[in-house]
Design a protein around this ligand. Structure first.
Ligand SMILES: [Zn+2]
Ligand SMILES: [Zn+2]
Length: 341
């Protein structure tokens, strides 16, 4: 799209850029000043000079990026960058995730990063601050699940299915291997399962993120390290939480007889589970579904919407049908195993 001089945020080869404030939002190439929406690997990368993010995401950012120059903001707190007002507002996606509100010369733009806004009333991600709509002139939205086929069931129903699957396995004396992305999804699953069914074991990739969540005050059930699996009786009743990358590895073989399942929005696709050869697929996502995206966009009151990663074309067409001005940016988000779908 053509860059107009009054646009508060434009696309550059390095990432989304605010010319008036001279900063980038979730850049994918190294820049001097980066505002980071959340700590997933496709949004928070190494190599920037200075980072600005929510204070509550500091633990996860440092766990993933090591030593960085980081300024932490409370939700709703405003800072001035080159005279441009910048504030961060809850996105409901993962711990510390934020939408970036940028205000300058009477214009307000919001870049939302990744967000979870449910299509169901009062169905929020309980492991982080829920999505808060921010009024703006232009809203920059993701569209990971921006197709009408994506409609999440209420989370409590999905969690009940997961608990039933786990209980059935435990009664049959086999482990339940539940795959989910280490940051965000794993903690959401932990917060939703019934620890009364049996012991919960977490993969080493998940444990440090659990620690960051607990340090931030998020309640998670007691979990055990992988070494606990040496106990056969424990293993046979255990729920084992691991990232999807462990599939087919020697790591899985230590579980012995087990049932495997994957919790992801992609599991809503018919055939998705079968293609991956899994016993079960649970459609649970940290991203908004089609009704959730529509609800979020409508709530901003924006007359202009820019669509980033996902199903851009379908979403842009729908937005134009609503009478909104809509276009897309091409970004490098949504790539890799750690995008939290
Ligand atoms: Zn994300
Ligand atoms: Zn993303």
């Amino acid at each position: 799209m053509a860059e107009r001089s009054s646009d508060l945020i434009v696309q550059r080869p390095e990432g989304l850029y605010c010319p008036a404030g001279d900063f980038y939002i979730d850049p994918w190439r190294p820049v001097a000043r980066a505002v980071i929406t959340h700590a997933h690997a496709d949004h928070a990368r190494r190599g920037h000079g200075a980072y600005l993010a929510t204070a509550i995401s500091e633990g996860v950012l440092r766990a993933r990026l090591g030593h960085i120059t980081l300024q932490g903001l409370a939700y709703g707190e405003t800072v001035l960058l080159n005279g441009v007002q910048v504030s961060l507002h809850p996105a409901g996606h993962v711990l510390g995730s934020a939408q970036v509100r940028v205000a300058h010369k009477g214009q307000v733009w919001v870049a939302s990063g990744d967000y979870f806004c449910s299509g169901h009333e009062s169905d929020a991600n309980t492991t982080c601050a829920p999505f808060e709509p921010v009024r703006c002139d232009c809203f920059i939205t993701e569209s990971t699940f921006g197709l009408p086929i994506y409609r999440w069931r209420p989370q409590a129903e999905v969690m009940a299915d997961i608990n039933t699957w786990w209980r059935t396995n435990a009664e049959a004396g086999r482990a339940s291997l539940l795959l989910g992305y280490s940051f965000g999804k794993a903690q959401r699953l932990l917060a939703g399962v019934d620890p009364g069914i049996g012991p919960i074991v977490v993969h080493d990739a998940i444990a440090p993120l659990n620690a960051a969540y607990r340090a931030a005050g998020v309640q998670l059930p007691v979990t055990q390290p992988v070494a606990a699996l040496a106990d056969r009786a424990l293993r046979q009743r255990a729920l084992v939480l691991a990232p999807p990358a462990v599939r087919g590895s020697a790591w899985v073989r230590q579980l012995g007889d087990c049932s495997d399942a994957f919790a992801s929005g992609w599991m809503q696709l018919r055939g998705g589970r079968r293609r991956q050869g899994l016993d079960r697929g649970f459609a649970l996502s940290d991203h908004a579904d089609w009704p959730g995206l529509q609800r979020a966009i409508t709530a901003t009151g924006a007359s202009r919407v820019i669509v980033t990663h996902g199903e851009e074309a379908v979403m842009v067409r729908w937005l134009r049908q609503q009478g909104l001005r809509a276009e897309s940016f091409s970004t490098e988000y949504g790539s890799g195993d750690d995008s939290g779908a």
